[in-house]
Design a protein around this ligand. Structure first.
Ligand code: ATP
Ligand code: MG
Length: 199
């Protein structure tokens, strides 16, 4: 064996023992709270990827789409046929150009009621609250109300929160937080959002 091979083998052995140690230490089993935030692309895609993963095992999944509800969404098209998936959509399809705070708040509260029902149902294995961070930012939803619903959810239920600028209290209570970092985005070079890729 060459020096390099020996060093590689030793490094791998070390890595294996460290990973094995972590595996023995990870004994707790319960649902998780995940936050996908940051300015880079991939937050909603990652959430739908996890939805697909859970549906693949036959678990029930709830997705609540705040903000972009009326927009096209390829994953929703594809997965809607699965009777284990429920998608709740914010009725007005809030966008940046809506100016009516009162109507937006009502629409937000209405879809939040669906979210609360899902968060109270032990039969729902995974709940996605897509773009909910903006609802908190604009004050359409109260952080304490959201925190309470998350804290009181069934122990086995996992929740994914997506959106930029996640509230610090959500970050503080989450088990896993991933910040998508924008290195570059095609949009800034004048490229249009692409069907089947961006939505
Ligand atoms: P995706 O849905 O592609 O996973 P995302 O959820 O991380 O993206 P959002 O902030 O929800 O990002 O953006 C929604 C739309 O804007 C998508 O079409 C997405 O591709 C696009 N987008 C994402 N990040 C950026 C960015 N940094 N600049 C411009 N457009 C972006
Ligand atoms: Mg998104």
């Amino acid at each position: 064996m060459s020096d390099r091979d020996t060093r590689h083998q030793q490094a791998m052995q070390k890595l294996k023992s460290r990973v094995d140690e972590k595996i023995t230490q990870a004994t707790e089993q319960r649902g998780l709270l995940l936050v996908f935030t940051g300015n880079g692309k991939g937050k909603t895609t990652a959430a739908w990827g996890t939805v697909t993963r859970a549906l693949g095992y036959g678990y029930r999944v709830g997705v609540v789409q705040f903000i972009k509800g009326l927009w096209e969404c390829g994953e929703r098209e594809r997965l809607a046929k699965d009777s284990n998936l429920e998608v709740a959509i914010m009725a007005t399809g809030f966008t940046w150009d809506t100016q009516d705070r009162e109507a937006d708040t009502r629409a937000c509260q209405a879809v939040w009621a669906d979210a609360q029902r899902m968060l109270g149902d032990p039969g729902v294995y995974l709940v996605v609250l897509d773009e909910i961070t903006y609802m908190l930012k604009f004050g359409y939803l109260n952080i304490q109300v959201v925190k309470k619903a998350l804290e009181e959810r069934p122990a086995e239920q996992t929740v994914i929160i997506t959106g930029r600028n996640a509230h610090r209290e959500l970050i503080a209570m989450a088990d896993t937080v991933t910040e998508m970092q924008e290195v570059r985005h095609a949009f800034n070079s004048g490229l249009q959002a692409r069907r089947g890729i961006d939505f």
